[in-house]
Ligand binder design. Structure first.
Ligand code: IFM
Length: 769
């Protein structure tokens, strides 16, 4: 394992993640974990030079395209690569797999989101060089990628050549999403590559330009332009660089697309690109943007364990990079913008795992993400109609607003039959509809954003409830939901998955509540929504069906059956699979049909119900279900451990909560060098924040009231974080001895602290001692 977390000292302490050894067999991990992003695009951290096992990737949010054929689903295309640079040093092509690496480190600085590589390399022909590479994806100008390379020959003069440009021959593991466009060089300087997605007809334009300095003096090297299919590059010949002199090359690139809200045409994009400046000036603006937009906004501090401080910063770093804050027609992909995994699609990961961070810490962004769901109601209605239901049936995986369902139908190989396994989630993993309604309500309770509710929120609550009433099946004198996949995706076609039934019930109850409220407070709005969603008729059905919806109750051992048959299934010894380093090790021995017949749970299922609807269950029920289900849970989804950690905190088991947190925070940062290849785990990263703030910090919203009940891990001496409650920013500091809350707003804030109701006056600080 070559990632180090303790290289930062003084001002850089707990900000740096460093790869100390070049590992060509584990490139994917660092490409994803060190990926750079600004919500507009995400750049995998492949190197300037190319390697056999690399997966180069640059993903521009919301630019989905579908390749021909029924087997393909729309996905986020891999845009042209603008980062490749091939250096030839005295006739040797720079490649770390050749020659000798005398010194190496690659570091991601979370604070200013800059990636750097320092290398001392001896070429195959025996010359030594110092090379320093730096790059960033600008948070200040969302279109820009900037790179800088400084090369110093250490043992002799250097004759250098560089081939660098824009390569549109990228694919998504073989699928080419772009039609060839115009290639052009402007003013002997700016390379341009245009491309158009094959089906969605999005125009992309990429630009790159280079600047050279020798010992800090600008110069223009001899250069020759080359064009090829979907590729434009320049061969630069900077002449001789004397021993111990440094040549610096800056490459600034930009990507613009017709999806941009301010898109006009290619010429305007060129004018924008031309007005950008040099690396250092761009970097200053980028670094200031990280400081003001990110670290001042979310100054979370953990004292006591350095790695934990770094891990929460890592989470915030990626939460920033993955979120398209510039456009409410886009959402967060399960892998952020850091890889091809899950095709750039949004799942319940957004609402249940990531959104609480934004709802609590930056409500404006949370609103925008929920607006995406509101704008995609037409796709959800289509899905409902296709399945003979009513209302808005949200897709399990979603991309374009109008698409409806985009989950692929076929997945990994079945170890027994040798055929691909069918992915049922797109058909029957239906809880996402209630999860979205839950997130709407959570946002509303935290923010009190009435404008959002009137424009989007009430409609989302009603449209989802219309779906549920049409989905429920009458069985005797009750209603059931049969044939679903719950959060535990190792159980398919189950009846009455507890999580799904309870969340559907919750959704119906909330729709009834807000219908009643609007009737009294805003009958005009209710009338307009009534016409659209046939509310008089639906309201009656909500009442009748919610009252009779079967909610699996705790049995005599207080265990809530995960579904109708789970508790009667076979139990096997899971120890070998729990200890396996590889996720999904179970499927080397069994296929999904066999696993379906065993009491094996992939990820938090009943447990997440106990977290989301926590005040519906007693501590005894929570404990009994933890004791029953956790030993049967493989945590094969990255979504699982964070939920378990929070519940363990609630149950008062600090050690267990902390050990679950330790594992959750190492899903991307930990020693497994393969698990992040397809991209970082967005939900797990959102989950880490929830463990820190909701679990250890003890922040909860229950029935519209704010609660704070911290459970600081023994190893931590202090935890500080901000939250917003109804527009007021509270800055909270928890130590082993006390809790201090500063209300930075002009309004008093009421909350329950450790079970006691308090009110903190405007601009005052409350402390427990
Ligand atoms: O949404 C999750 C799901 O719960 C488990 N499989 C992966 C999905 C995307 O992260």
């Amino acid at each position: 394992m070559s990632l180090k977390y303790d290289k930062g000292t003084e001002k850089s302490k707990n900000w740096l993640i460093t790869e100390t050894q070049f590992q060509p067999e584990a490139l994917g991990k660092v490409e994803a974990v060190f990926s750079l992003g600004n919500g507009y695009m995400g750049l995998r951290s492949t190197t300037e030079e190319r390697y056999a096992n690399e997966a180069r990737g640059n993903f521009v949010a919301g630019t989905f395209n579908k390749f021909l054929g029924d087997k393909e689903v729309t996905e986020l295309p891999n845009a042209a690569d603008m980062t490749e640079m091939i250096f030839t040093l005295n006739g040797d092509t720079f490649q770390l797999t050749d020659g000798d690496i005398l010194d190496f480190d690659r570091t991601l600085n979370l604070k200013d989101a800059e990636l750097s590589r320092h290398i001392h390399w001896r070429s195959p022909s025996g010359s030594e060089y110092k090379l320093i590479f730096t790059r960033f994806v600008s948070l200040d100008n969302k279109h820009i990628i900037a790179q800088k390379v400084a090369i110093t020959p250490l043992s002799s003069d250097l004759t250098l050549t560089l081939r660098s440009g824009i390569n549109g021959q990228m694919t998504n593991t073989g699928t080419q999403h772009f039609k060839e466009g115009v290639l052009r060089l402007y003013d002997q300087k700016i390379m341009k590559l245009e491309a158009h997605t094959t089906e969605s007809n999005i125009d992309f334009v990429h630009f790159s330009q280079h600047a050279f300095k020798k010992e800090n003096i600008n110069f223009t090297p001899k250069n020759t332009i080359f064009m090829d299919r979907r590729k434009i590059f320049t061969a630069f010949e900077p002449g001789i660089i004397k021993k111990n002199e440094t040549v610096t090359i800056e490459k600034v690139s930009g990507v613009y697309t017709s999806r941009d809200k301010d898109w006009i045409d290619v010429d305007t994009a060129l004018a924008n690109f031309t007005s950008t400046s040099d690396y250092d000036t761009l970097f200053q603006a980028h670094r200031n943007a990280w400081e003001s937009q990110v670290w001042e906004q979310y100054p979370i501090q953990i004292e006591g364990v350095d790695f934990d401080q770094l891990a929460i910063r890592f989470a915030i770093y990626h939460l920033t990079g993955m979120t398209p804050v510039h456009d409410n027609r886009m959402n967060i992909s399960a892998k952020g913008l850091s890889g091809e995994g899950y095709k750039g699609h949004a799942f319940w990961d957004t609402e249940i795992f990531v959104l609480p961070f934004f709802t609590t810490s930056n409500p404006k962004i949370a609103r925008q993400l929920l607006e995406y769901r509101s704008l995609s109601i037409p796709g959800a209605v289509r899905k409902a109609i296709d399945n003979n239901y009513e209302g808005a049936m949200f897709p399990w995986e979603s991309a374009w607003l109008e698409d409806g369902e985009v989950t692929p139908v076929w997945g990994a190989a079945d170890i027994i039959t040798g055929e691909p396994t069918k992915i049922w989630s797109g058909f029957i993993e239906q809880h996402i509809t209630a999860d979205i309604a839950f997130a709407v309500w959570q946002y509303y309770q935290f923010t009190g954003d009435q404008d959002f509710m009137e424009k989007h929120g009430y409609e989302l609550l009603f449209a989802t409830a219309v779906f549920w009433q049409s989905r429920l099946e009458e069985k005797g004198n009750r209603y059931e939901i049969t044939g679903v996949v719950g959060p535990d995706e190792y159980k398919e076609h189950v009846d009455n998955n507890a999580f799904t039934n309870y969340m559907a019930h919750w959704n119906l109850e909330k729709a009834i509540h807000y219908h009643d409220l609007l009737q009294e407070k805003n009958p005009e709005l209710l009338a307009s929504l009534s016409a659209k969603w046939d509310l008089p008729n639906n309201y009656q059905k909500w009442q009748e069906k919610a009252a009779k919806l079967y909610l699996p109750q705790p049995n005599t051992e207080l265990v809530i059956p995960q579904d109708d048959t789970y508790l009667s299934k076979k139990i096997i010894d899971l120890a070998p699979y729990k200890e396996a380093s590889q996720v999904g090790a179970l499927f080397l021995d069994y296929n999904l049909d066999q696993v379906n017949d065993m009491q094996i749970t992939k990820q938090a299922d009943v447990m997440i119900l106990l977290y989301l609807l926590e005040n519906e269950f007693s501590p005894e029920v929570k404990q009994a279900n933890w004791d029953y289900y956790e030993p049967k849970t493989l945590h094969d989804s990255s979504l699982s451990r964070a939920t378990h950690s929070i519940l363990a905190s609630d149950l008062g088991d600090k050690d267990l909560a902390y050990s679950m947190f330790e594992k959750a925070s190492r899903i991307d940062l930990g020693p497994n060098m393969k698990s992040s290849d397809a991209g970082i785990h967005a939900a797990s990263i959102g989950g880490i924040w929830q463990v820190v703030v909701n679990g250890f910090g003890g922040v909860r919203m229950l029935d519209g009231k704010l609660y704070l009940h911290p459970h600081l891990p023994e190893k931590w001496t202090a935890l500080q974080f901000p939250i917003y409650w109804k527009g007021s920013r509270l800055e909270i500091k928890v130590t082993q001895e006390s809790t201090t809350i500063t209300n930075t707003s002009d309004n008093a804030v009421a909350l329950a602290l450790n079970g006691t109701e308090i009110s903190i006056l405007a601009n005052t600080t409350f402390t427990t001692n």
